[in-house]
Design a protein around this ligand. Sequence first.
Ligand code: NAP
Length: 313
Amino acid sequence: MALSLSARLPSCSSSVFEKAHKLTTQPPILPFPSNLAACGCTLLPASMGVARRRRQVVGAVEEQHNQTSVLAPKQSPSYSSSKLVLVIGASGGVGQLVVASLLSRNIKTRLLLRDPSKAISLFGLQDENTLEVREGDTRNQNDLDPTIFDGVTHIICCTGTTAFPSKRWDGDNTPERVDWEGIRNLVLALPPTLERLVLVSSIGVTKYNVLPWSIMNLFGVLKFKKMGEDFVRSSVVPFTIIRAGRLTDGPYTSYDLNTLLKATAGKRRAVILSQGDKLVGEVSRLVVAEACIQALDLECTKRKIYEINSVEI
Ligand SMILES: NC(=O)c1ccc[n+]([C@@H]2O[C@H](COP(=O)([O-])OP(=O)(O)OC[C@H]3O[C@@H](n4cnc5c(N)ncnc54)[C@H](OP(=O)(O)O)[C@@H]3O)[C@@H](O)[C@H]2O)c1
């Protein structure tokens, strides 16, 4: 399925998304670009069988020597420091990795956190010109006042809660409130100058009433995520939606910035990108974080929805 997305992708700068585009005209195994890459990740077509995938990946890996971290690329020439990226859900598993990676790239970052004190424990004391922290809950429209978005050029939203009732639903922080109402509130508050909203969603949202997705959706998480997605799509916002498979690696809930920067995607370094909600599988949180950041700059990902998985190599 990954191949079919490429037909709709115009050429764009080097990234995992561009690699997907090239899959129609080139052999299917292409290295993830080293400056942006998740440890020498390889992009595979979703249509490739598991055994063939493994053979090809092993071949590709033999030529790539262990870079260790998806974060902190040593050279990142394509990233401009004129950005101000607002990260919502920055204290979560994917969000922490997004923030660590933005900081390592010297991209100015603002966090919207329900509990701002989490910023210090997660990211340490940072220069205010590099990392700003604001307090807010996406369920409350009043928390999304225009000052939150002042100067913001891009937003990465990775908010979420558990699919099934848990302590994290305390205070009515349910999927309906977070994945639907929170996203709706956010879209309604966005300034017209925003260059990109990247929203992390989930595979299976279009199939929430079909087994096995209906089990995951028993308390509505997929349905409400789809409603959030639909609201984004029906707006004029320049969005990219990244539907993640089941998340692996992390959450790094008790880690500090230095530890986050050393996080790796383990063996799960072969990336599968797809469209049409046909992908089933898992994805490293590091790979999702990396895809979110790459998508910010790529015109070809504007107003597009992707599913993403990663597999062991
Ligand atoms: N787990 C999976 O296998 C899976 C699969 C596919 C997709 N996803 C989705 O991928 C995304 C990232 O997942 P993750 O595991 O990294 O998430 P996570 O660890 O659960 O983090 C969720 C983040 O959202 C924030 N948040 C929750 N409610 C909020 C609210 N009302 N206002 C503002 N912020 C709020 C949390 O902040 P607090 O610190 O304040 O709680 C936290 O920073 C989520 O949308 C998740 O549903 C997950």
